[in-house]
Design a protein around this ligand. Structure first.
Ligand SMILES: [Zn+2]
Length: 222
């Protein structure tokens, strides 16, 4: 038996075999087509990362309908790369030149930490949602949180750029990050809303909590 599809528009569960939602008439063919593929292609993943910025609502609907781990893994990898660059820039301003191999070690550690944090936060949020009676699955929650990190990755990149000219401008780097964090919280709220059956306010609060935990980890690490 095929799993029923949660309509991305009205959020009703639609049994398999329907090409249109019987409740609201939404076209379900894209979701069905994506599900038929054994796995998403790299092209689909890159398109998701771009579209989550360009057209967040429909993209998040698609992501939670057919969640993947590859996209969020790539996003955390890029985030880890920028955080490592940031470390190198700050160290070099203190007269500490970091060679290639130590840099690769730092990068590896950052990738490990970033991916663990993504998993831990996804597990916590998924668990809280289950407590409130949420019907979403872990892979939906993990994809929702993972793809929501895209604006933060931008923000960290821009913040890192400001450090190049002036390594002591850590305050500016954090100030730049704030609007991007809010953007990420909004994306995450949209994604969790379409992944679950819970009211929007619960999704917004859960998203805020998710990124507060992220900020906490970030603060402890730096
Ligand atoms: Zn519907």
């Amino acid at each position: 038996m095929e799993k029923p599809i949660r309509c991305p528009s009205c959020r009703n569960l639609v049994p398999s075999g329907y090409f249109m939602c019987p409740y609201c008439g939404t076209d379900l063919r894209l979701i069905i087509r994506l599900r038929m593929r054994l796995r998403l292609k790299m092209k689909d993943i890159i398109k998701r990362m771009r579209d989550v910025v360009m057209k967040p609502k429909s993209t998040m609907q698609e992501i939670v309908a057919v969640p993947d781990y590859l996209g969020p893994s790539l996003i955390t990898l890029v985030l880890a790369l920028f955080l490592s660059m940031r470390y190198v820039i700050i160290s070099s301003s203190l007269g500490l030149i970091i060679g290639l191999y130590p840099f690769l070690v730092i990068l590896f550690l950052n990738v490990l930490i970033a991916m663990s944090i993504w998993f831990i936060i996804s597990a916590i949020i998924n668990w809280i949602f289950r407590l409130f009676g949420g019907t979403q699955t872990f892979d939906q929650t993990a994809a929702a949180i993972g793809y929501s990190l895209v604006p933060i990755v931008f923000g960290v990149f821009l913040g890192t750029l400001t450090l190049i000219g002036n390594p002591m401008s850590g305050g500016i780097a954090i100030a730049i990050l704030i609007p991007f964090v809010i953007w990420s919280v909004i994306l995450c709220s949209i994604a969790l809303y379409y992944a679950s059956n819970l009211p929007l306010i619960t999704c917004v609060l859960a998203s805020i909590l998710a990124f507060l935990i992220l900020a906490f980890f970030f603060f402890v690490m730096s």
